[in-house]
Design a protein around this ligand. Structure first.
Ligand SMILES: Cc1cc2nc3c(=O)[nH]c(=O)nc-3n(C[C@H](O)[C@H](O)[C@H](O)COP(=O)(O)OP(=O)(O)OC[C@H]3O[C@@H](n4cnc5c(N)ncnc54)[C@H](O)[C@@H]3O)c2cc1C
Length: 409
């Protein structure tokens, strides 16, 4: 798999993972040619601020890149931005670009990320209905933001709730429509969901759970009517749909790579083709710490896996072995999540939600497997260590804030 210094590496998809991968390739000593293809017109940029500081207008587009623009010159990276790769000819080791050009590669890295999941509801393509994945998406949403306007958010996940937090602070009338019976139900326990719901409602956001959206219709004066089954329609001036993402695997799939809920890669970021690695949201990887396959959607995963892929390409294979972590910012609340809580059989709350600083711990057979820390960065750091060590914990001592967490190790 290792690329020699006379060889060329093509990187397809100019996002978080691509930026990290290129930077790691150079720092690990790869001296060959690197060419980066991205269909957006931007250098690899950070997406987390899109639903936070950039949406709020507290960050400019110049502050979003993963690496400073000079890096690419200094590192002699050939940039092909605004250029979509249409197909991979694995036999000939060539990429087919939109526009007809064909480009040779020796090794290929796929960092194609994800695309937003669509509702599939009639009227979804109407004006005023937005999704949120790219700078262009947020520019469209921001253009429609104005105090007093009515915003309906479909999906009470972390992106929908981050948008709600920014919008209500800017004076919009915000309604969140969530089909499940609680917000962020895929990622946090009922206690944390309840805390966030209460906080949003206190800030003035209306949250309707158990509310599925069936269709969108034209309303009066350019408004959108959001139809929710038997419930009265919600009338909105703009709608943001945030119902999750799907890994962007179309190139890989058409090229015959193994794909199953993401491009299948091993612990070394190797795909089923010995000359192709993949990293980031587009993959489904074998994780040695979690002892199984997992598809993650986070900056931590994009960076860690990109480092693994670069090491593989440089002939210094190192397996992926990190505990996943993630964060979300809503109002003054920083939520930090570590580990994967699926399959937990007990939760323990430590600290007082009313003091706006507490943690929820997820246990399985007595071992700590995940934690959510709300305005509690030290709990988050300590939980990372306890989870990595597979620590068995006594729930009563864990719940007791007077017992230091390190005493549980
Ligand atoms: C609004 C928002 C908020 C987020 N907040 C957080 C957060 O708080 N914390 C956190 O950990 N994570 C967060 N995430 C997730 C995080 O940003 C992603 O996990 C991360 O960006 C994944 O990086 P990636 O390189 O795999 O994919 P991306 O950053 O999506 O980059 C993939 C790039 O490849 C391009 N591409 C795809 N196919 C082709 C092709 N055929 N040819 C050329 N280019 C192609 C895409 O257009 C895209 O530019 C957030 C994401 C979003 C959208």
């Amino acid at each position: 798999m290792a690329a020699s210094s006379g060889q060329s590496i093509a990187v397809v998809g100019a996002g978080q993972a691509a930026g990290q991968l290129i930077s790691s390739l150079r720092s690990l000593g790869f001296e060959g040619h690197i060419r980066l293809f991205g269909d957006e017109p931007y250098l690899p940029y950070q997406r987390p601020p899109l639903s936070k500081e950039y949406l709020a207008g507290d960050m400019t587009v110049e502050q979003l890149p993963v690496l400073q623009p000079e890096f690419y010159d200094n590192a002699k990276v050939e940039l092909s931005l605004g250029t979509r790769v249409e197909a991979i000819d694995r036999g000939a080791k060539r990429l087919q670009l939109a526009g007809g050009e064909s480009v040779a590669y020796d090794k290929l890295a796929l960092t194609t990320g994800a695309r937003v999941r669509r509702l599939g509801a009639p009227g979804e393509e109407r004006d005023g209905i937005h999704v949120l994945r790219s700078i262009a998406d947020v520019d469209g949403i921001r253009a429609a933001f104005a105090p007093g306007r009515r915003l309906a958010i479909v999906g009470g996940g972390y992106i929908g709730l981050e948008v709600a937090a920014v919008a209500v602070k800017q004076g919009l009338a915000v309604t969140v429509l969530e089909v499940a019976d609680r917000v962020m139900n895929r990622v946090v326990c009922p206690e944390v969901s309840a805390f966030y719901r209460e906080e949003h409602e206190r800030q003035g956001v209306r949250i309707l759970t158990g509310t599925g959206v069936g269709a969108f219709e034209a309303g009066e004066g350019g408004a959108v009517r959001v139809l929710c089954g038997e419930a009265p329609a919600i009338v909105a001036d703009l709608v943001v749909v945030g119902i999750g993402i799907l890994p962007e695997v179309s190139l890989a799939e058409a090229a015959g790579l193994e794909v199953d809920n993401g491009i299948l890669v091993d612990a070394f970021a190797r795909t089923s083709d010995p000359d192709i690695v993949a990293a980031g949201d587009c993959t489904n990887h074998l994780n040695q710490v979690l002892e199984g396959r997992v598809r993650l959607e986070s900056v931590q995963n994009a960076n860690a896996q990109a480092r693994v892929a670069a090491a593989t390409l440089c002939g210094q294979p190192t397996p992926y072995a990190e505990i996943p972590w993630f964060w979300s910012q809503q109002y003054d609340l920083k939520l930090q999540i570590v580990g994967l809580s699926q399959g937990y059989d007990q939760t323990v709350i430590r600290g007082l939600p009313e003091e706006r600083s507490f943690s929820a711990y997820y246990l399985k057979d007595g071992s700590l497997i995940a934690a959510d820390a709300i305005n509690a960065p030290r709990d988050f750091m300590m939980a990372r260590k306890l989870i990595a060590a597979g620590t068995q914990v006594d729930p009563a001592r864990l719940a007791d804030s007077s017992v230091p967490l390190r005493a549980l190790a």
